[in-house]
Design a protein around this ligand. Structure first.
Ligand code: NAD
Length: 290
């Protein structure tokens, strides 16, 4: 069986790697956090002492890291230990230009890269129901399919390297707008005497329905398993949403696209991070309205 290295076991990477282990893949994990590795070890994953050790001899390397600088630095470190013919699958959300540059660098060593950012949140990562947006060659995606299918339920080939990241950035710009809009509408309703659970139910059966409202409700107590109902812990950090809105802003600038709502969402989340909420789940934007 092909050896898999999985690097980055945070809110998303941890449950994604766990699904691969449970489904019988030969997985070696590495994270800067020892406790994240311990969790995977108890499930049966092999634990490496460094990213380089994890990548040595692996047929497929998966990475799930916060931002572009972590991804670039990881591949710079592990490249000398990767063999030609290895497939790298980067599931982190980063800018398309960095992905394309990385793909070019790796290809000079006979290593193919797929950008495969995901949607579905931590619940989707745990349930194995993520959506993958993939950029890269079709034959490399073919090779990655068994792994992606073990972690997700929808795999889309968006185009060449960078296309997966471009799709993800469009999605997350929309998500940031929808979360802020949902929080705004809920706060307006509560200030007018409505119960947030009743209002959520009404809007979920009306034309304002959306994922932030129905699956990831930002008002505490409305949805038992949402980050809002556990003090906005876990989930998708506000600082990471701000990173994605920044990627959307940069992409809009470079392509001369007009994204006024994306720009407004960026400003709202930027202020929220500046107020000390960067490590909380992004649905904590609700607190700005209360
Ligand atoms: P996270 O901060 O929870 O996890 C990142 C992990 O990477 C941490 O465990 C950290 O220790 C590890 N790490 C950092 N540098 C490392 C290195 N050099 N070597 C090994 N490990 C290293 O972040 P997350 O929420 O899991 O998000 C990861 C990526 O997925 C981000 O790009 C994010 O934008 C994207 N994403 C997140 C969600 C979500 O709901 N959380 C959803 C979709 C996409």
């Amino acid at each position: 069986m092909e050896k898999i290295a999985f690097i980055g076991l945070g809110n998303m990477g941890g449950p994604m790697a766990a699904n691969l282990v449970r489904k019988g893949f030969d997985v070696t994990v590495y994270d800067l956090s020892a406790s994240a590795m311990d969790t995977l070890a108890t499930l049966g994953a092999k634990v490496a002492t460094s990213a380089e050790d994890a990548a040595a001899g692996a047929g497929i390397v998966l990475s799930m890291l916060p931002a572009a600088r972590h991804v670039e630095s990881l591949y710079r470190d592990i490249l000398p230990r990767m063999k030609a013919g290895t497939l790298a699958i980067d599931c982190s959300t980063i800018d398309a230009a960095t992905t394309c540059r990385l793909a070019q660098d790796l290809s000079q060593h006979g290593i193919a890269l797929l950008d495969a950012p995901v949607s579905g949140g931590t619940a989707g990562a745990a349930a194995g129901t993520l959506t993958f947006m993939v950029g890269g060659a079709a034959h490399d995606l073919e090779r990655a399919q068994p792994l992606l299918q073990a972690m997700g339920q929808a795999v889309f080939h968006a185009g060449e390297n960078g296309a997966g990241q471009s799709a993800k950035i469009c999605n997350n710009m929309l998500l940031g707008i929808l979360m802020a809009g949902t929080a705004e509408a809920l706060a307006l309703g509560v200030k007018n005497g409505l119960d947030p659970a009743v209002l959520s139910h009404i809007m979920s059966k009306s034309s304002g329905r959306n994922w932030a409202l129905e699956v990831y409700n930002p008002w505490p107590g409305v949805m038992a398993n949402s980050p809002a109902s556990r003090g906005y812990s876990g989930g998708f950090m506000t600082s990471l949403m701000l990173k994605d809105l920044g990627l959307a802003r940069d992409s809009a600038h470079a392509s001369h696209a007009d994204t006024p709502l994306g720009a407004l969402a960026y400003t709202l989340f930027e202020k929220h991070v500046a107020a000390g909420h960067g490590a909380e789940d992004f649905s904590s934007i609700q607190q700005r309205y209360c």
